[in-house]
Each structure stands twice: as C-alpha cells, then as structure tokens.
Design a protein around this ligand. Structure first.
Ligand code: NCD
Ligand code: ZN
Length: 341
C-alpha cells in the first residue's frame, strides 16, 4: 500500500549556517514543502538584514528544490510595531527562548514581566505574527516544561488574540493546556513520539537521543501520541531536527539536539501505520499547520512512501542521524514537485 502525503511541513527546524547548512538544508528541502526556520544562530537572527540574508543563504543551499523557508526572528521585548511591519512580508513567526535554556539561547528572556512584553506582543497580535516559545523554566530538568505551563497560561490570558505555539511539547501537562486556551497550539517532534528518558539514559548513555526538552516518562509520550495520532487540530509536526557535528555529540559535554530530518516522514508513517491511524498523518504533517499558520503560502509537493526496508545511514557528512545503521520499515519512493517556488 502506498501512502501519499501532500505538501509536508516541518514547523520547527534548525538548519544552522555555512557548511552545516549545505549538508542539512537539501535533506529537508527534498521531501518537505517548507519549514519554520529557527533563529538561534550565533549571533541570533534579530534584524531585518540578518533575516533576509539568512533566507537567501538557505534558498541557495536548497538549490532547485521546491521548498519555502518560513523565517523567524529571535524574540526581543524591544521590537516595535513599525519594525515588525517593515519586515512582515518575510517574517512568519517570532521565537522566544528563556535565557540559557538550550543551544544558543544566551540572549533570551530572563523574566516574564507582562508589562515589559506588552508592546511587542500587542504588535504581534495586531499583525497576526505567531509567537513560538521554548517553554522550559530553569528548574529541575524533568519538571521544567510542566513548570512553564503557568507562563503559557499567563501569556494566553493576557494576549487572547496572539497565537502562541508551545514548541516541541514533551509532557501530559502541556497537552492538557491545549484544551484550556483557544490561542494555544503546539508542535510535537518525531523523537518525543518515539522515545522516553529510558531510551536516552536507561542503559548506556545515548548522546544522539539527547535533546532539550529531555524525553520524559511513558505516560507523557502516551499523551503526545494520543493528540498526534488522532490528528488533533491544535498540534502539528515540528521535527526540532537539530544537527550538531559528531564530535560535539560524542563528547564529554554533549550538545543538545537530535538530527531527524532525513528520516522523519518515513518514521512518522511507520508510527501512524502501526497505530492504524495513517489517515490522520496528513493533518499532522501539513493540514493543521496550514490552518494554524493561515498566512503562509505552501508549494505543492507529493511524497509517496511504501513499506520497504531502509537502512539509516551512519552519517550525513559529519552528522549522525537518529537510529543510525538501524533498518526502518518505510521508504520514500517518489517525490513529485508541482509548480514553482
Ligand atoms: C536545539 C539546537 O540544537 O539548536 N537543541 C535541542 O536540543 N532541541 C535548540 C532547541 O530547540 O532547544
Ligand atoms: Zn529547536
């Protein structure tokens, strides 16, 4: 049986820059129609010039692929409405990081004072610019995301017209919050649907499964699976594919990030087929995102997958993917591009 996905989207992706960008961008651009591009470069993307020139570098790295990078800025409470208006045509969302919570987030927010945030968040609401948030406090590592839910609630209540995307959710508490606020949405990664903390640290430590937020308990994974597999309209696929060079992962200070982009659609298909919900995959990998981000243009692409063994490469250049050398059960057999970029 063939599974056909129309215009898959990755609503949370790290493409990096320079050599790494040349390695990873074509891998996403081949099978996805577009992706929300994270701004956590060094320095982070926080000016119009930086955003436009990064977009150009991404498009160049993607070559002829029919792929749209949806650009984001690194949140600053100093962005004015005039500034955001001036960049609106090229800006799809703004990503907020608490300071120091993950890779390259040092310039993030060190507090959530609603009055300090009000001017920028009001302008974003008025301009229909969604706010993507890395929702973790700096508490105990397993509790960080659950502790952040009260901040999501404070923001959702104070800015009811602002679309707030809880990025890469990993807990049942975050899933429950989705139902309480109309303006809260979430992305879910592939790896958090597949693994728990046991896979990361239950046996020998697995650096290629180490990421922020850390994978949690089986009951958390169940909660994520439920909303993803039912095609719940408030959740969408965001891989959080976050490549680091092999030496940065296989080291005594392992960088956080799991590289999943090249095999994400294959593994999602396997998961949805296994759970007899493959008819919901289109919603999870594209339709929900198009509804939530109702201001994006999506190039049409048709991706056909079939049950066929595929051995995950050891490396893509110097980046080790999730499940390297393992055999997975679905493969992409055809990608049809329809129309121009
Ligand atoms: C991401 C990275 O490497 O940029 N790392 C990660 O563990 N997910 C940053 C992020 O999304 O937290
Ligand atoms: Zn990320």
């Amino acid at each position: 049986m063939s599974i056909i996905l129309t215009s898959p989207l990755d609503m949370h992706l790290h493409l990096r820059d320079e050599e790494m960008l040349s390695t990873v961008a074509p891998l996403s651009a081949k099978s996805f129609s577009g992706a929300i591009i994270m701004p956590n470069l060094v320095p982070p993307i926080s000016t119009k010039e930086a955003l436009l020139s990064y977009k150009e570098r991404i498009l160049k790295a993607c070559g002829k692929e029919n792929f749209t990078p949806y650009m984001t800025l690194f949140f600053k409470p100093t962005y004015t409405k005039e500034f955001l208006e001036s960049i609106k045509d090229d800006l799809v969302a703004i990503k907020l990081y608490p300071a120091g919570i993950t890779t390259n987030s040092e310039g993030g927010l060190s507090g959530f004072d609603v009055e300090e945030l009000r001017p920028t968040l009001t302008a974003m609401s008025e301009l229909n610019i969604p706010l993507c948030i890395h929702g973790e406090t700096n508490g105990f590592v397993m509790d960080r995301e659950a502790e952040f839910v009260s901040i999501y609630e404070m923001l959702a209540t104070n800015f009811p017209k602002l679309k707030i995307i809880m990025e890469h959710i990993t807990t049942k508490e975050s899933v429950e919050a989705l139902d309480r606020f109309e303006n809260l949405y979430a992305t879910i990664t592939l790896h958090h649907l597949l693994i728990t903390l046991d896979d990361v640290a239950g046996g020998m430590l697995q650096p290629h499964l180490f990421c922020k937020p850390i994978a949690k308990r089986p009951e958390d994974r169940e909660a994520l699976r439920k909303v993803a597999l039912e095609g719940n309209p408030k959740v969408m696929f965001g891989s959080d594919s976050a490549p680091h060079p092999q030496h940065a992962k296989e080291s005594c200070g392992c960088a956080a990030g799991v590289f999943t982009a090249p095999i994400a659609l294959q593994l999602l298909t396997e998961l949805f087929v296994e759970h007899s919900t493959v008819e919901k995959l289109q919603a999870f990998v594209s339709d929900n995102a198009r509804r939530i981000y109702n201001h994006i243009k999506v190039p049409t692409k048709r991706v056909t997958l079939e049950k066929e063994p595929f051995i995950v490469p050891t490396k893509y250049d110097n980046v080790v993917p999730i499940f390297a050398t393992k055999t997975i059960n679905y493969n992409i057999i055809k990608i049809e591009k329809i129309g121009d970029r």
